[in-house]
Design a protein around this ligand. Structure first.
Ligand code: TYD
Length: 206
């Protein structure tokens, strides 16, 4: 039997400062893609597999050194890549991941002010052959974003306003470096307007 080569699926990631409203819009992106008859797997980081979700619990609640934090983010990422992301892409499915390595640059490098080399080296070690094809960045003034978070805050969300400002700056720097990969969404716009923009983008993008 001749083996047919399956075309690798598309890898889409979603990013933003805490409180920028990405969670609700992820569903809009997913629905738009699935309406095209494309098989889509949704996952998140840190997390995405039972083991990686345990790492997430530790990351969001336990005190730790910045280096340990960076390593655990990539440990979780390795698990998610091995068990969820790579198998899905290899089978021709698309993957929509709620945060990926851009978050490690924004939070660990810019937010925590740790060396960029750490994330360069870890991302090279964990996924040198795979980068997101498209990344949606939900961008919002961080003071407004923090006011939107009404639930109990985790270890990252409860960082001070300067931390969140640095994270936002980090994301915008990444956009400057790779403008073609990013779709920047102005999260101060009405929800319906954002949903419509995403529907337009993902009803045709590939
Ligand atoms: P997220 O799932 O977006 O939080 P929530 O579901 O509470 O909205 O992300 C969890 C936190 O982890 C978020 O504050 C950002 C942080 N994070 C990093 O610091 N580095 C990373 O590499 C990733 C993936 C997330």
């Amino acid at each position: 039997m001749s083996e047919q080569k399956i075309k690798r699926g598309r890898f889409i990631t979603v990013e933003g400062v805490d409180g920028a409203g990405k969670s609700s819009q992820i569903q809009v992106i997913a629905e738009t893609i699935r309406n095209r008859g494309i098989e889509l797997v949704i996952t998140r980081e840190p997390g995405g597999t039972p083991t990686a979700e345990k790492i997430r619990e530790i990351l969001l609640s336990e005190p730790m050194s910045p280096k340990c934090e960076a390593l655990l983010m990539f440990a979780s990422r390795q698990e998610n890549l091995d068990k969820v992301i790579r198998p899905a892409l290899a089978a021709g499915k698309w993957v929509l991941c709620d945060r990926f390595t851009d978050a490690s640059y924004a939070y660990q490098v810019y937010g925590r002010e740790q060396p960029k080399e750490w994330v360069d080296e870890l991302s090279d070690f964990v996924h040198h052959d795979l980068q997101p094809d498209r990344t949606v960045l939900f961008d919002l003034d961080t003071d407004i974003a923090m006011k939107r978070l009404e639930r109990k805050l985790d270890r990252f969300e409860s960082e001070n306003s300067e931390f969140h400002k640095r994270v936002r700056k980090g994301y915008l720097k990444l956009v400057e470096e790779q403008p073609d990969r990013f779709l920047v969404v102005d999260s101060s716009k009405p929800k319906e307007e954002i949903s419509q923009l995403l529907q337009e983008e993902f009803s045709t993008w590939d």
